[in-house]
Design a protein. Structure first.
Length: 332
């Protein structure tokens, strides 16, 4: 009778093993069908990686330049700025000093002390609409946004966290408190001397300046001066000279200027350990009726009069993607 029992035990074992194999292979089949992210490697921090790769792109690259202009060491280089705005501050010192006296320049300690800064630069492109990227964007340590792009009512697609927002007077959102977090740094990108004057009159509640802008900037802009910063024009200079190869010696003749978006990526290259972008890229130039932003109905036609060279900027971003300096969360 023992052999019979032995067979039963063997049969039972075979059955158990067979079921185990079946459940494992079934699980593998499910994993194959529904790949679960075991660990998101794209968010692992490679310290020094961006810095190293940026050197290939930007040449004698250094992170020694302060992000924001400050009053006490205003001449941040030993020699006065060789360029006028937007690439330097030559000729705009007086109005700049008045603005620096009422704003701040520090980088918050919470950002400064981070071992790894994982940054998302969020563009304003139409491809963010219905992307459901909001939750992913909020996971980054630093989220940089541009101009007047709204967050309110678009949270599911663009997220709700804003660490820095780059803007100039004509692109300032009239309600900064609604579209930003209380601790968002509102970073003025000065394109012309009038931009300092606008900020000064707004923050000091003086008589507003109406002339000298290509579009009427907000006359009321309720922002906390403590949160306002002035971007160091060095980053605009680097974007123009190194990414767009504009001839810096003949700047007066060259009307072209970098977009705030490309500038934000340059800033991220100097500040972050991981740079991901989302919502960059324009529709095909043949597609004249396609809207270009996720929040408003303007088309490529509106860019014709602007001083931006879209195809050149696209090439610059493609190059960065190819070199693996930045990664894209949307398609490009």
């Amino acid at each position: 009778s023992l052999p019979g029992v032995g067979w039963k035990i063997l049969a039972g074992l075979a059955l158990v093993l067979g079921m185990a194999w079946y459940s494992i292979s079934r699980e593998e089949r499910y994993l194959h069908l529904f790949p679960f992210p075991v660990q998101d490697d794209s968010m692992l921090c490679p310290p020094g990686e961006v810095e190293k790769k940026a050197t290939l792109l930007l040449g004698n690259y250094t992170r020694d330049h302060p992000l924001f202009l400050q009053l006490n060491n205003y001449f941040w280089v030993k020699t006065p700025s060789p360029y006028e705005l937007p690439y330097g501050t030559k000729g705009s010192e007086d109005s700049l000093l008045r603005v620096l006296a009422i704003t701040s320049y520090s980088v918050p300690q919470s950002l400064q002390s981070m071992k790894c800064r994982r940054c998302a630069v969020v563009g304003n492109g139409l491809r963010l609409l219905n992307s459901s990227l909001g939750e992913a964007i909020n996971k980054y340590d630093v989220v940089i946004r541009l101009n007047n792009a709204p967050v309110h009512r678009y949270e599911a697609d663009v997220g709700s966290k804003t660490t820095m927002r780059l803007f100039y007077p004509e692109s300032a959102h009239f309600d900064p408190k609604r579209e930003n977090n209380p601790d968002t740094l509102l970073v003025l990108v000065p394109f012309k001397p009038m931009d300092f004057l606008w900020l000064e009159t707004i923050l000091n509640d003086k008589k507003r300046v109406h002339k000298g802008f290509w579009k009427q900037p907000p006359l009321i802009w309720d922002a906390n001066p403590e949160q306002v910063r002035i971007l160091n024009p060095y980053f605009m200079e680097i974007t123009a000279a190194k990414l767009l190869n504009l001839p810096m010696k003949q700047l007066r003749k060259v009307k072209q200027k970098p977009t705030t978006g490309l500038l934000a990526i340059t800033l991220a290259l100097h500040f972050c350990d991981l740079v991901h972008i989302a919502g960059f890229g324009y529709p095909d130039s043949a597609n004249k009726k396609q809207t270009i932003h996720y929040y408003e109905q303007i088309t490529l036609k509106s860019m014709v009069a602007s001083e931006h060279n879209i195809s050149q900027e696209t090439q610059a971003i493609k190059k960065m993607l190819d070199l693996g300096i930045i990664k894209n969360l949307t398609y490009f």
